[in-house]
Design a protein. Structure first.
Length: 139
């Protein structure tokens, strides 16, 4: 592994260290060992696979998937969608894997605004595992 030294002004050192730590933590929380993502995805129910596909498509095009829009797209209640996301996360965590679909505040704001996303590093792998009508990853 190569290392790079970057000069950082003294007044920015703390902020820069926090940024680098955040990148490191994010990488650890979203890294799927080779073969395990594909195995996990192949074991999803058809409804869960549809949910993951939709979230990956939204993530690829806009960076996030609003919870209410996902529920409407799937003709499910927000609670049903949240339960599916939590169930998938629990199964992943039971195997010491990161959550496949992550929840965060909707960047557009609003009351009870939650958005889902998948790590950009796994979008192509999800696309290749679940397949799609298009020949290229979603855009």
């Amino acid at each position: 592994m190569s290392f790079v030294m970057v000069p950082v002004p003294q007044e920015c050192v703390k902020e820069f260290q926090e940024f680098v730590l955040g990148l490191s933590v994010r990488a650890q929380l979203t890294t799927w060992p080779e073969g395990l993502l594909e195995k996990f995805v192949s074991e999803l129910t058809p409804t869960e696979a549809a949910l993951v596909t939709k979230v990956a498509q939204y993530t690829a095009s806009t960076g996030f998937c609003p919870r209410a829009e996902l529920a409407a797209d799937m003709d499910r209640s927000i609670e049903e969608v949240a339960e599916m996301v939590q169930d998938m996360a629990n199964r992943a965590w039971a195997d010491s894997l990161p959550a496949l679909v992550m929840a965060s505040p909707d960047p557009r704001g609003g009351t009870d605004a939650i958005a889902y996303s998948v790590a950009p590093s796994v979008i192509i792998r999800i696309h290749n595992t679940l397949g799609s009508a298009s020949a290229t990853p979603w855009s």
